[in-house]
Write a protein that binds this ligand. Structure first.
Ligand SMILES: Cc1cc2nc3c(=O)[nH]c(=O)nc-3n(C[C@H](O)[C@H](O)[C@H](O)COP(=O)(O)OP(=O)(O)OC[C@H]3O[C@@H](n4cnc5c(N)ncnc54)[C@H](O)[C@@H]3O)c2cc1C
Length: 308
């Protein structure tokens, strides 16, 4: 019940101001956000690499309103690439981007987002790594897949995300699995209407398994984006029965969530990538994490009361 309310609040400017100014917010945000600056996130990347983990780095931010902000987003990622280069981690440190942060929803947004993301993909390739395009709300996906297809002409390793809760996703998975893409499968984190998305959690899980089977049996590179123990076990089983070796798929989880599991899967020889978000515009990302687990909200409210 609480999840949809929190997701609705994630779109409210009034709530953004309230939550951002609330005492105790910083402490709770720090669980999910690895730092505010690139200098703060680099030691986190080093630490993850030392533990045998891989990362995908996300500069938080979305729904920007001017072309200047979109250019600033591009520059923030280019700055990140400069800082990653000396670490020499290659594909073990990749990047995740939201096209809305690159201008997708502005006038001429599709072309603008493509123009802004391309130099980031080029810079990533120059240091031996790549970029994955996150999936945002369903209205943005045709444009995201078109950008993905365009980028893959020059950079075939560019990845994208598909969301199990959407009715369209099985078809997207078939197309992407056939063309050999890197594809992260997630349950889906946005508030979507019943006209486009499954609403029942158990049905979303079933769809996740059906879609994961398509990816595993196809000729792409599946990235299992989930913390759900049951889906992780099923993922391992599907990979085995599709005859995939340990380096022919990977697990992905979010920074700050089920961290013991990150280390356990890596110790078992799996490729385990931690989605590591950093930056100052954390509100949308943070609210989606609260919505996924209402217990996080209780923790948040308690920390506000304690600070007062
Ligand atoms: C690497 C990665 C990238 C993602 N990228 C996208 C994307 O591009 N687009 C998109 O729509 N969604 C994205 N998501 C979010 C995803 O859609 C889900 O909302 C999120 O992963 C929760 O689903 P779950 O599969 O972990 O299962 P759930 O059933 O939600 O969770 C399983 C268990 O994991 C733990 N858990 C899950 N979430 C939390 C949390 N926030 N706080 C504390 N514990 C938690 C709990 O123990 C829970 O019982 C991404 C998720 C991951 C892991």
């Amino acid at each position: 019940m609480l999840g949809p309310v929190i997701l609705a609040a994630s779109r409210s400017d009034k709530m953004r101001r309230f939550v951002s100014a609330a005492p105790g917010t910083k402490q709770v945000v720090a669980r999910f956000i690895a730092g505010e600056t690139v200098d703060q996130v680099i030691p986190v990347v080093r630490d993850a690499a030392a533990k045998g983990l891989e990362v995908t780095l996300d500069v938080v931010g979305e729904d920007i309103t001017t072309p200047e902000q979109a250019a600033a987003a591009r520059d923030a990622y280019l700055e990140l690439v400069e800082h990653l280069e000396p670490l020499d981690l290659g594909p073990r440190a990749e990047m995740s981007v939201k096209l809305s942060m690159f201008g997708q929803s502005l006038e001429g947004g599709h072309e603008l987002a493509l123009a802004n993301v391309r130099p980031v993909v080029e810079a990533a390739a120059a240091i031996g790594t790549t970029v994955t395009l996150d999936a945002e709300d369903h209205t943005t996906l045709d444009s995201m897949f078109a950008v993905h297809e365009e980028l893959r002409k020059d950079f075939p390793q560019t990845g994208c995300v598909i969301q199990a809760y959407l009715f369209r996703t099985e078809e997207d998975a078939r197309r992407l699995a056939a063309n050999g893409s890197r594809v992260r499968l997630v349950k889906g984190a946005y508030k979507e209407p019943a006209s486009v998305a499954i609403q029942d959690k158990a049905e979303i899980d079933k769809a996740y398994v059906r879609i994961l089977r398509i990816l595993m049996e196809g000729d792409g590179y599946p990235m299992i984006g989930s913390h759900d123990p049951r889906l992780i076990a099923i993922g391992q089983e599907l990979a085995r029965s599709a005859g995939r070796k340990l380096d022919e798929y990977e697990f992905q989880m979010l920074y700050g969530i089920r961290t013991d599991e990150h280390v356990r899967l890596a110790a078992e020889g799996h490729r385990m990538r931690v989605y590591t978000a950093y930056g100052t515009d954390w509100y949308g990302y943070f609210m989606r994490r609260l919505a996924e687990k209402p217990a996080n909200l209780l923790f948040f409210v308690r920390s506000m009361i304690t600070k007062n």
